[in-house]
Design a protein around this ligand. Structure first.
Ligand code: FES
Ligand SMILES: [Fe+2]
Length: 430
């Protein structure tokens, strides 16, 4: 599992030096992986500026993007479900969203999973499949087990919330029938700072930490104490990789996100990391956020006017308030975006080769939720607008891939994190 940090943009990512270490110039790993991809496009290598600066993170030559078929071929989509989505930890929901004796259902590809909290408060996850003849157990997206058990709607096999088969209707039982052999199929579940993840891989290492040791940018936000204030979900007509690629560069930001560029000046320069600027060393002495990142002078948060009447989350430092945002991503399913008064989760879920669901939850402090002065609608309106802009441009990108003339695109210097994402996907497919 790779995770990346993000510096400032709602849906644009800053990814730190882990990729510099893995792929110093991007081209080595790509030249290996792209030899497996079919493409007639010839790309000439060329040097870009910044070539002698070891801390410059932009690409130093033109790179091929992935072949177009990877974005709409159903067989490729199935391969990615098995190699990526069924192997990695997937974000589901907040822990407090599942009460004792209740469940959530979560679908990844064609796999249907139940996340259940038992009477003792422990979370479990199971395949939503009866061991008798394979019926689904729960058909609702969420609910409560009123009898305290999971009862199959078909013939009534009954399971305790710890997954053990506890009841089997019938006038008689086969003499060699052993209930202990028919527990629900378990799925790995893990909770990190209030966020629930599942993993379909039976060999997944437990106690998942989505951002590992590199979680510093969210360390000061009180993630355990968040309260849900708003949520929405939308389907985007694009492959899931198109969404992540768009989220991995800010080359598109000046044209697609004019409002965001007002609040976050570096966005207006088409970069999301100051080290994507080949002249970043020369610009080091310039304190303006145009060069150093973070929100503009006088801006407090992501809202329509950049202001907020909310109290900042307790625990934030002067630097956090000044930078104005902390973000992390966890491929393939989660972005956590934190401002001084709101934390958003952006959950990604593939629905098909050319359809992706993005679900956004807005979390606030209890104090701010109760504060009538706090205009959280303004924050929601602003960030929804940015997401809508991203969603539409992703759909436009998807649509254009179908040209019979187009085989694969190319990556420009500031698209180094797109390359890193693509390398990550290809590494999973090996
Ligand atoms: S399929 Fe579940 S009880 Fe028969
Ligand atoms: Fe964007």
């Amino acid at each position: 599992m790779q995770s990346v940090s993000i510096s400032f943009s709602s849906f644009c990512l800053f990814q730190d030096s882990i990729f510099v270490a893995r792929f110093p110039f991007g081209q080595c790993a790509r030249s290996i992986s792209m030899s497996k991809a079919s493409s007639n496009t010839k790309v000439k290598a060329r040097e870009t500026s910044g070539a002698s600066d070891e801390f410059y993170v932009g690409l130093r030559r033109l790179e091929k993007s992935l072949p177009k078929s990877m974005y709409f071929d159903p067989a490729q989509y199935d391969r990615e479900l098995k190699a990526v989505w069924y192997k990695e930890w997937n974000y589901v929901c907040r822990s407090e969203a599942i009460d004792r004796g209740s469940f959530r259902r979560h679908t990844i590809g064609d796999q249907n999973i139940l996340i259940v909290r038992d009477a003792q408060g422990d979370l479990h996850a199971y395949h939503n499949t009866c061991r008798h003849r394979g019926s689904s157990l729960c058909t609702e997206q969420e609910g409560k087990f009123h009898t305290g058990s999971i009862v199959c709607p078909y013939h009534g096999w009954t399971y305790a919330l710890d997954g053990k088969l506890s009841g089997v209707p019938g006038l008689s039982m086969p003499s060699d029938f052993d209930k202990a052999s028919f527990s629900l199929f378990p799925v790995a579940v893990s909770v990190w700072r209030g966020f629930v993840f599942i993993n379909l891989d039976a060999t997944a290492v437990p106690n998942f930490e989505p951002f590992g040791a590199r979680v510093a940018s969210l360390a000061n936000w009180p993630l355990e104490d968040l309260r849900l204030g708003y949520s929405f979900s939308e389907k985007i007509a694009c492959n899931w990789k198109i969404f992540w690629e768009n989220s991995s560069e800010c080359y598109h930001c000046p044209g697609v996100h004019p409002e965001l560029a007002q609040l976050v000046p570096m966005v207006g320069r088409g970069i999301l990391d100051k080290r994507q600027d080949p002249n970043w060393q020369e610009n080091q002495h310039k304190p303006h956020p145009r060069f150093q990142g973070g929100i503009a002078e006088g801006v407090m948060t992501y809202s329509m006017n950049g202001q907020t009447k909310a109290s900042p989350f307790p625990g934030l430092t002067e630097e956090d308030l000044h930078t104005g945002i902390g973000l992390r991503t966890n491929w393939p399913s989660l972005i956590i975006a934190a401002n001084i008064d709101v934390v958003r989760t952006i959950r990604v879920r593939p629905l098909g080769a050319e359809e992706t669901e993005v679900s956004v939850e807005y979390f606030f402090s209890e104090e701010n939720l109760a504060n009538p002065e706090f205009d959280r609608e303004s924050n929601i309106e602003f960030t929804r607008r940015v997401l809508e802009q991203d969603a539409r441009i992703c759909e436009i990108n998807q649509e254009g891939l179908r040209s019979v003339e187009f085989e694969s695109g190319v990556l420009m210097p500031s698209e180094n994190y797109v390359l890193a994402f693509q390398e990550w996907v290809l590494s999973r497919l090996d």
